[in-house]
Design a binder for this molecule. Sequence first.
Ligand code: NAP
Ligand code: ZN
Ligand code: ZN
Length: 349
Amino acid sequence: MTTVSAYAATSATEPLTKTTITRRDVGPHDVAFDIHFAGICHSDIHTVKAEWGQPNYPVVPGHEIAGIVTEVGSEVTKYQVGDHVGVGCFVDSCRDCDSCRAGLEQYCTNTGMVGTYNAVGRDGEPTQGGYSGAIVVDENYVLRIPDSIPLDAAAPLLCAGITLFSPLRNWDAGPGKKVAVIGLGGLGHMGVKLAKAMGAEVTVLSQSLKKMEDGLRLGADEYYATSDPDTFAKLAGQFDLILNTVSANLELGAYLGLLKRDGTLVELGAPEHPLEVPFFPLAAMRRSVAGSMIGGIAETQEMLDFCAEHDVRPEIEVIEPDYINEAYERVLASDVRYRFVIDTASLRS
Ligand code: NAP
Ligand code: ZN
Ligand code: ZN
């Protein structure tokens, strides 16, 4: 086992603090890598604040992890020392169920996916995430980061990027399709960029117009404030697909009214309380509400390669680890443009 520095939450109310954790020895199928950058996802905040249930403290969050391989196990065939690699939201799954065999490991029906943190690995030990100096992961759950994507920009793709790429692909976003993205945060801004790169027409639905200039620069065709009631009248019945990335509970009824007949609202945000879906705006136009969770390993690799090819990069603010708690406050205040990425250099030494 090796010891590495990390930032951990020890309770729902205390700030994250610097600590040390251990990483397992490199097994035959394992890849060990130095973590260079880790993104801050709103899911990290929901988890450490116990909004999704009581986590197993101490929790080292971070599931947008990018780094450089330092050691590979004797049976590893996919990676070598020096490769640029990443890890997203899960580090294992059963590998045998229909979902795993279909490359949809995030929907594993046996063991469920093994989360990158706040889960229990095959070795029976709690998993710990990317706010740390190094990690050891089975090669089948490691992604290859294309050379043209810098590691700091690659990190947010591993969760925010794939979480938007997967539903855009699944619901056939592309030329001739009108897509709306609710919330211009970490996920939302990737939704705008990816939908645009796929050729769809994109509208941002944000609480206010204060980020409008950014939204249009990122590729949105239109930008509306949801605080303005006229928005809902004006856009009624317009969209094929709406991707809701908001971390809080919204009144979905108003948004369902913006879908065309047979349109789908995909819930990506994971708020603390259950969603309320009113009958009439749903059934009246045979609309659907769906959910979608991240993406499988193969699809995540496809997304990374797509981003390399289409020049899609997140907009990031790189921070030092001692800024994590302040960054959390800013994410909660929707004051992030558009993803905080931790430079973990000081955790490697
Ligand atoms: P984020 O950066 O905080 O973005 C969320 C955005 O939602 C904010 O920037 C804000 O956009 C809007 N918003 C926040 N509070 C709001 C409120 N009370 N009312 C209306 N709009 C509000 O968060 P994120 O990292 O993108 O994550 C978003 C959500 O997705 C979280 O719940 C996270 O846990 C979840 N998530 C799900 C998956 C999945 O697989 N489905 C994966 C990753 C994350 P505006 O300022 O533009 O309004
Ligand atoms: Zn995430
Ligand atoms: Zn499985």
